[in-house]
Design a protein around this ligand. Sequence first.
Ligand code: A3P
Length: 288
Amino acid sequence: MARLEDVETFHNISFPGHMHTQKSLSYATSFQFQDSDIVIITYPKSGTTWMQEMVSLVLNRGDPTLSTTTPNWARAPWLEHYYCPQVLCTARCPRVITSHLPHQLLLPALKASKAKVIYVFRNPKDVAVSYYYFHKMAKFLPEPGLFDDFLDKFLEGTVHYGSWFDHVNGWTNSVEDIENFFHITYEEMWQDPRSSLQRLCAFLQRPLQEEEVASTLKHCSFGFMKENAMVNYTLVPQDIVDHSQGKFMRKGKIGDWKNTFSDVQSHRLDTVFKAQMQNSGLTFIWES
Ligand code: A3P
C-alpha cells in the first residue's frame, strides 16, 4: 500500500504532513490555553492513548459511555492537527487537549496559563520498538526499513516529532515553568495502575468513589482498550492506518524491546542515553 509522503518541517522538526500544516503548527504554538484546560503531552508511543482514556474516564466519574461512543481524537484532540480548531469549538469544559510537540515549541504558550499539564514518558527502548512497529502500519509515516536503520534515526532524533531525548529532557525540566505540572511514566501506570490513578485524580482535583475507581481501571486496562474501537484506531481508514500490518494496541508491556533489540543495538542506545540523560535525575524502568 502506498505511503502518504507529505512531510511538514517546522522549526527543524519533521511532522507527518498528512495531519500537520504550517497553519496548524502555528495555531498550536500560539494557542491561548484556558486555565481549565487539561493538556496531555507525550512523545509518540509513550502511553498517550492510555492517558487520554484515563483522563476521559476520570472526568466522567468512571462512566464509560463517552469513551465507548466517541473516538479519542474527538475527546482529546491533538492541538497540532489541522482539525483541532473544529473539535475545540464545541468541546465541553474542561477541554482535554493532546500534543506531541516538544517543549521549545509549546512551552511559551503554556507558561502563560494555569492549564493542568500531564506529561507521560516511557523508557526509550520500548518507545523505539513501539514506534518502529507503528511506522509499519501508519501510512502517514515513512517506511521504517530495518530496525537497525530506524534505530539510527531514532537516536539521531531525525524521526517525525524529533528527538526522544530532547522531548523528555525538555518537558521534565519545565516543571518550574508550568504552574500545574504532573509527570508520570508508562511503567508506573503499568506497575501500579491504582495508585497512578489516585495520583492523577489528586492532580486533577477529581476524587472518585471506589466503584468509579474500579470502573475507570477496568475500562482503561489494555485488554479493554484493545477491543474498544474508539481508541484502537480501527476506525481510521486502511490507507492511513493499515491494520493488516499490525495492531495499534500491540503488546502493552514493559521490556518488549528485548524481542527486537540485539545486544549491540541495546548498547548503542545505552551509550546515547548515558550521554544525554545523565543529568536528567529521572529513573527509568526497563523491564517488568
Ligand atoms: P506497544 O506498541 O509497546 O504495545 P501511544 O498511545 O502514545 O501511541 O502509545 C501506544 C503504546 O501504548 C502501545 O505500546 C500500546 O499498546 C500501549 N498502550 C495503550 N494502551 C495501553 C494500556 N491500557 N496498557 C498498557 N499499554 C497500553
